[in-house]
Design a protein around this ligand. Structure first.
Ligand SMILES: C[S@@+](CC[C@H](N)C(=O)[O-])C[C@H]1O[C@@H](n2cnc3c(N)ncnc32)[C@H](O)[C@@H]1O
Length: 488
């Protein structure tokens, strides 16, 4: 006699599968989660929760527009789904849609006032909108509810620091490190806070504590090298850089610092990620620091411009101006009384651009790398400025050619470079050198050579003190080049 089966064959349980996929996404196991997610979408009917999971996975994969489409679909099914609003605020931030993110984050907080992630995302959005005072209470609540959420702890510390509360920011990070000792991002953030307060010994101590706690991270060692180098402890700095390089031989930030310490063949320019890290961290105290160093570069470039175009000083219009590496906009400030067309600033550091935007002088501020910008731009600029920017380039051939191509006939390129102290024969032949602080200096003959090769005529080349360092003048050159009219 044939017995009837006692149970039906067991298929995958959608609820169990959902939990597995959620865990995988949270753990960043994107490749493993992708096929299971596809299976889940075949098994379970569409729901806001599924759209949210798919969107989170897509965000992890860097597919932002597709993630936004999923979230829109989920919210069309349930407009009050707080988790989806939080995810869409996050996705919109990644898509640089800050206002859209603000709307979603506010809706999420209104619907669920005690939800820590809603508070966290609203705090992050407010920070992005340069409203750190408003961000602080949101992030404080979020961190109190989830003290082990590292991105939230970092955002809270950033908000406090932007409000001028350095000690409170340092304390928040110290508490965060105690709660999540294995997280290197909190160690890095704490070191940066100490460095920005010019507490280099404190920064080196935090890095040393990280090593004692078994956190081996290239950025931590790289920053330790930076701190020690600022203290003049170059031998120990070199050892820290060497450790950083072992851990992350391909990291552009580490590679550049290590090259600066003379440990590997020189970089030919400072990489954009390095500049972003340095200047984002430096933006808020950039100007007060430079005032202390008697920074003269913007004024020197203005004087050179008026020397070549005295009519502009008498009120003649000049047309649009491009300010390469505009930083916090000091060049715009010194030119603001002249009749210039709109000034466009370009910079790789968002933090610096944020400071420039507050001055309301620039017609346009572009976030990006300047060579890439020049290569894609189609404007014929009457004037291009680069104030204290070419010190982040060793080789200048390419940037000179790009500037030449983007100038109108008769247009001027005005810039400064640091002059190479005590050049060896090899230095003179090469024309540039990378210094310990990660900046390049140049030789006058090299500037003349690359300018001529790019097709420029020399109008001004003058030795000047650009600022001071450790009480001594930093020698540099003010240079003005013209794209002559008949060069086609
Ligand atoms: C020392 S600051 C000078 C800022 C401003 N020009 C001034 O004189 O105050 C150098 C600026 O150049 C920017 N910078 C350097 N290299 C760059 C690059 N390749 N592309 C875009 N920005 C760059 C840095 O982010 C930084 O804001």
């Amino acid at each position: 006699m044939q017995l009837a089966p006692t149970s039906l064959p067991v298929g995958p349980d959608p609820a169990q599968l959902t939990r597995r996929v959620q865990d995988m996404i949270a753990a960043g196991r994107v490749h493993a989660a992708r096929p299971l997610m596809a299976a889940l979408r075949r098994l379970a009917p569409p729901s806001p929760e599924l759209h949210d999971m798919e969107a989170r996975l897509l965000l992890r994969e860097g597919r932002i527009p597709e993630a936004l489409a999923e979230l829109d679909a989920g919210l069309a099914m349930d407009g009050g789904a707080v988790e989806l609003l939080i995810s869409r605020a996050d996705a919109r931030m990644q898509a640089q849609d800050v206002l859209g993110a603000a709307a979603d984050a506010s809706d999420a907080v209104i619907l669920a006032p005690r939800h820590p992630r809603a508070k966290a995302v609203l705090g992050v959005v407010l920070l992005e909108m340069n409203r750190p005072e408003d961000a602080v209470p949101c992030l404080r609540e979020a961190v109190a509810a989830e003290p082990r959420h590292a991105p939230c702890v970092r955002a809270y510390a950033t908000a406090l620091e932007r409000c001028g509360e350095h000690d409170a920011a340092a304390q928040v990070l110290a508490d965060g490190i105690r709660a999540i000792p294995g997280d290197p991002t909190l160690r890095t953030a704490a070191i940066m806070v100490a460095m920005r307060a010019r507490d280099f010994a404190g920064a080196a101590d935090i890095a040393e504590a990280a090593r004692r706690d078994g956190v081996a991270d290239a950025q931590v060692f790289g920053l330790k090298g930076h701190a020690l180098s600022s203290l003049g402890r170059h031998g120990e700095a070199t050892a820290a850089y060497a450790e950083a390089l072992k851990l992350a031989p391909e990291d552009p930030y580490v590679r550049h610092l290590v090259a600066a310490a003379g440990l590997r063949p020189q970089s030919t320019r400072a990489p954009a990620p390095y500049l972003e890290t340095v200047f984002d961290g430096y933006a808020q105290r950039f100007e007060s620091h430079l005032i202390g160093l008697h920074y003269r570069v913007p004024g020197l470039l203005r004087a050179a411009l008026l020397e070549l175009r005295p009519d502009v000083g008498d009120g003649a219009a000049l047309g649009p101006v491009l300010d390469l590496g505009c930083g916090t906009g000091l060049m715009g400030v010194v030119l603001s009384d002249l009749k210039l067309g709109p000034i466009t600033g370009i910079d790789v550091s968002d933090g610096m651009l944020r400071e420039a935007a507050q001055k309301e002088i620039y017609g346009d501020l572009v976030h990006g790398e300047l060579e890439t910008f020049l290569a894609n731009d189609r404007t014929d600029w009457p004037v291009i400025l680069a104030a204290d920017v070419f010190c982040y380039f060793g080789v200048l051939d390419e940037v000179m050619k790009l500037c030449h191509a983007r100038l109108a006939p008769g247009g001027l390129l005005l810039f400064t470079v640091e002059e190479m102290p005590q050049p060896s024969e090899e230095d003179v032949a090469k024309g540039w050198r990378l210094g310990r602080q990660g900046r390049f200096s140049h030789h006058a003959d090299y500037i003349l050579r690359v300018a001529a090769e790019a097709g420029f005529a020399l109008r001004v080349m003058r030795r000047e003190g650009l600022r001071t360092e450790a009480g001594a003048d930093v020698a540099g050159m003010v240079v003005a080049l013209e794209r002559v009219r008949h060069d086609g």
